[in-house]
Design a protein around this ligand. Structure first.
Ligand code: ARG
Length: 292
């Protein structure tokens, strides 16, 4: 056994990369049957450019099947005519310890989604907390180990971070987003290890240019081994990815991110969601994690 690691032979990166462990996730998704871009609430959206709902559905189904193949437990919420952004289920709330903290959307166009998601949570046995502050769910809240990273600047109000602290009794770390193209935290941070083994540190990937200096200091200090994603990969929302601890579903065009993930012993799986990118979302936006 030790012979293969003799001092004279350089050890390939794959051999020193820690072995990654996949854990089955339970998620909520929403078929994009009524998807289109009919208003503009982020810089990616251009209502004057036509969208192809059929193509959006087919791309979404590829994502769905990818999750099925990974053995995930996938739940579905019914899409509603007139709510084209409902496909971005990550914004429907934040679910942890069986408690569903409801969303309260920034823009009127999306506000009717909030009760639809809260009804689903209630009907499915979650303890629903009606939000007092504007927040866009897992779009801005990411569980990393025992800590909740919380974004603000464009959508979720910083007051919602205090509300989260009270509800979950976890440490909530505020991060300030400064680039309107990366308006949700899940467009600028990817959680790589959703269920770290006891004593193991959960790692993330992030886009440095999306944060102010104060937040960057926090990220550097807390995640010294983080993967730094390039602006080129971020241009396809490459960071908007979903990990089970080993397999990471990413935008297929995010090639440098893919390379970096492989070098760390993860298994990146590229999915093309170009049609949903027209609304300003990627794989993670279509995925809401349900944690009991
Ligand atoms: N059009 C949607 C919006 O601007 C996209 C949401 C993307 N979701 C996400 N979790 N980043 O609200």
């Amino acid at each position: 056994m030790s012979a293969t690691f003799s001092a004279t032979r350089p050890t390939p990166a794959a051999e020193i990369a820690p072995s990654r462990i996949a854990t089955k996730r339970t998620i909520l998704m929403c078929r994009p049957d009524f998807y289109t871009v009919s208003y503009r609430i982020n810089p990616w959206m251009h209502p004057e450019v036509p969208t192809d709902t059929g193509l959006a559905v087919r791309q979404w189904e590829t994502l769905y099947r990818t999750y099925v193949d990974l053995g995930f437990d996938i739940r579905l919420v019914d899409p509603i005519d007139g709510l084209p952004d409902m496909v971005y289920a990550a914004n429907g709330g934040f679910v942890l310890d069986g408690i569903a903290y409801g969303a309260s959307f920034t823009y009127p166009e999306r506000q009717p989604e909030a009760p639809a998601y809260m009804d689903w949570f209630r009907d499915n046995g979650f303890d629903v907390r009606i939000p007092e502050n504007v927040n866009e769910g897992e779009g801005d809240f990411l569980l990393v180990g025992d800590v909740i990273l919380a974004g603000t600047g464009f959508r979720s109000a910083s007051k919602s971070h205090e509300e989260m602290t009270r509800i979950y009794g976890r440490e909530v770390v505020t991060l300030n987003l400064i680039n309107p193209s990366f308006y949700h935290l899940d467009t600028a941070v990817a959680v790589l290890d959703p269920s770290p083994a006891p004593g193991e540190r959960a790692n993330i990937a992030y886009l440095p240019s999306a944060f102010d200096e104060t937040s960057l200091e926090i990220l550097r200090e807390r995640f010294p081994d983080a993967i730094l994603v390039t602006d080129e990969d971020a241009a396809f929302l490459g960071l908007n990815s979903f990990s089970d601890g080993y397999n990471i579903v990413i935008a297929s065009r995010a090639t440098d991110f893919e390379r970096q993930l492989r070098a760390r012993g993860y298994n990146p799986i590229g999915v093309d969601l170009s049609e949903l990118l027209l609304g300003g979302g990627g794989a993670k936006c279509c995925t809401l994690e349900l944690r009991r």
